[in-house]
Design a protein around this ligand. Structure first.
Ligand code: SF4
Ligand code: SF4
Length: 84
């Protein structure tokens, strides 16, 4: 029959999802950020980190380029740019 789809338990640390991404990736400008954490809250991959204003950034090993962070940032401090 069919084998199990998941053979081993693992954390997301072992399952980096950023090996593919949309054509765009977020650029955290770190200029006008107010530290509201909206980007961190909305990111479906949970890959945004930061503590105080102008420190927010993402881990591209997990970012899928969905653009939600840039869309919701109230200060427009995140831009989506073409993947190089
Ligand atoms: S949503 Fe924008 S202003 Fe708020 S923490 Fe993220 S980058 Fe900063
Ligand atoms: S583009 Fe999407 S996956 Fe990447 S950091 Fe922003 S919200 Fe997260």
């Amino acid at each position: 029959m069919f084998g199990p789809l998941i053979v081993k338990a693992g954390s997301s640390l072992n399952n980096k999802t950023g090996s593919w991404r949309t054509e765009l990736k977020p650029k955290f400008l770190q200029k006008d950020c107010i530290g509201c954490k909206m980007c961190m809250t909305i990111c479906p991959e949970g890959c945004i980190d930061g503590t105080v204003k102008n420190t927010f950034h993402c881990d591209f090993a997990y970012c899928k380029g969905c653009g939600l962070c840039a869309m919701l940032c109230p200060k427009k401090d995140i831009e989506m740019e073409k993947e190089k």
